[in-house]
Write a protein that binds this ligand. Structure first.
Ligand code: FPP
Ligand code: MG
Length: 309
């Protein structure tokens, strides 16, 4: 039965745009009310935390969290704090990724990176504080009214695992250690699955879990997240080769200059595009058994394949 294989005509470009804007506004409002004010001491630290959290990120991960919840019949209000916690982790990871000891990037999304504005020490500490804040939030029952505490604890564990040494941080280490070396396709996929893919899988599935997803739902959503996560990275690499500076907020070609292995580097741009298209199809196929509630996830997959930043 392939009734729900295609994105419904009712959820095309304008509807998705409205959806993205609405969810982004919710997440931003929560983050704004949750993070310490810039006037709160130590002011430099709180300014640095807010500088990176409100720096024009696409909020893709929190939107996945909400869309994952909705796909299993849940509602956004239950998962906004979880979605925000995941964005805090993402924000921390980008601050640290840009540091001189890591990628040494002066720009992020068209603005100076954190260490360029606040200095290296504060950038490191702002990252630490954002990561810590994410788990303080997840452990705060006031934000998870009606959620079974044992389930919340297990979701927090999943998020921690995803951010940790065998997933995101581990992927980052292998990425660093592979710079300037010969990297084959399996290793490149390993790096990206761990650096980026797992957090996307967790974004989708953790929201669904808080809204009562069963094992079957989670299997399909995991598959969706895996396909979309890898596709997201392939398009990221393609954009680094071909992207316009204005849309990307930084110079294209950074990966090549740094001697980083990329999908276009290994497969060429056109085969990379084909793989991204295939993964998008597979992502959408894994949602076959879901109803119209999963349309945002279906539309998001296509949107991310076609993105320009
Ligand atoms: C761009 O996301 C970011 C990625 C594709 C993630 C890359 C992963 C890392 C840098 C891991 C870093 C880990 C450590 C431990 C330092 P995006 O396009 O969603 O960014 P946006 O928020 O600007 O939209
Ligand atoms: Mg980087």
């Amino acid at each position: 039965v392939k009734a729900h294989r295609d994105i419904s005509p009712g959820f095309g470009g304008p509807a998705l745009k409205a959806y993205l804007n609405a969810k982004t506004a919710k997440v931003n409002a929560f983050l704004d009310s949750y993070l310490p004010e810039e006037t709160r001491a130590p002011e430099t630290l709180h300014r640095a935390m807010r500088y990176s959290v409100f720096a024009g990120g696409k909020r893709i991960r929190p939107i996945f969290t909400v869309a994952g919840a909705e796909a299993v019949g849940g509602c956004e209000d239950r998962v906004i704090p979880l979605a925000a916690a995941i964005e805090l982790i993402h924000a921390y990871s980008l601050i640290h990724d840009d540091l001189p000891a890591l990628d040494d990037d002066d720009y992020r999304r068209g603005r100076l990176s954190s260490h360029k504005v606040f200095g290296e020490a504060i950038a490191i500490l702002a990252g630490d504080a954002l990561l810590t804040k994410a788990f303080e939030l997840l452990a705060d029952r006031r934000h998870f009214d009606g959620v079974d505490p044992a389930l919340l604890l297990d979701v927090a564990k999943q998020v921690g695992h995803t951010a940790g040494s065998t997933c995101m941080v581990g992927g980052q280490v292998v990425d660093l250690e592979s710079e300037g070396k010969e990297v084959d396709l399996p290793l490149l996929e390993y790096i990206h699955v761990n650096k980026t893919g797992n957090l996307i899988v967790t974004s989708v599935t953790s929201g669904a879990r808080l809204c009562g997803a069963n094992a079957g739902h989670l299997r399909r959503l995991t598959r969706y997240g895996e396909c979309v996560g890898l596709m997201f990275q392939i398009t990221d690499d393609i954009l680094d080769v071909e992207g316009a500076r204005d849309a990307m907020g930084k110079e294209a070609g950074a990966d090549q200059i740094r001697g980083k292995a990329t999908f276009p580097g290994l497969l060429g741009v056109s085969e990379s595009r084909e793989r991204a298209a295939e993964l998008t199809e597979r992502a959408i196929e894994s949602l076959q058994d879901f109803g119209r509630e999963a349309d945002p996830l279906r539309a998001l997959a296509a949107y991310l394949r076609d993105r320009d930043r």
